[in-house]
Design a binder for this molecule. Structure first.
Ligand SMILES: [Zn+2]
Length: 132
């Protein structure tokens, strides 16, 4: 299950980051960019996160996934940007075409095949009033 190892490496890097840059409250949401070329089950990734985060300071946090389109670069003509997509009726997804939309040469993928943490939603620390 590669979702499990992806969740583990995201978790490890975030825990490292939080050790160096502590946040003032509990992390509620972890916002993650998911490249379109990375095929995974979002459900399995979130479930793996939930299990792996248990017992760490990220316990109870939720992954929020945002899909980002493929960006490519062509060495032949210098094109840089989005790629074209193949989509046919009945398909559940469109498939990125990895050749240059301008000249047809193979392109290099700049973005679109990994996961990256882009932000955190942190709960404000609760201020206890003396009358509680
Ligand atoms: Zn090109």
């Amino acid at each position: 299950m590669h979702e499990y190892s992806l969740a583990q490496s995201l978790l490890n890097s975030l825990l490292d980051y939080l050790r160096a840059h502590p946040v003032p409250g509990r992390v509620k949401k972890v916002h993650v960019k998911k490249g379109e070329l990375l095929i995974l089950s979002e459900w399995a990734l979130k479930e793996a996160w939930r299990i792996l985060a248990e017992g760490t300071e990220l316990s109870g946090s939720e992954l929020v996934l945002e899909s980002v389109p493929v960006r490519a670069r062509c060495d032949s003509c210098g094109y840089e940007g989005n790629v074209r997509y193949l989509a046919e009726e009945g398909w559940h997804m469109s498939v990125p075409v990895l050749s240059c939309p301008r000249c047809g040469s193979p392109v290099r993928i700049m973005e679109g095949r990994d996961l990256a943490i882009v932000g955190l939603t942190v709960e404000e620390p609760t201020i206890k009033s003396p009358s509680d």
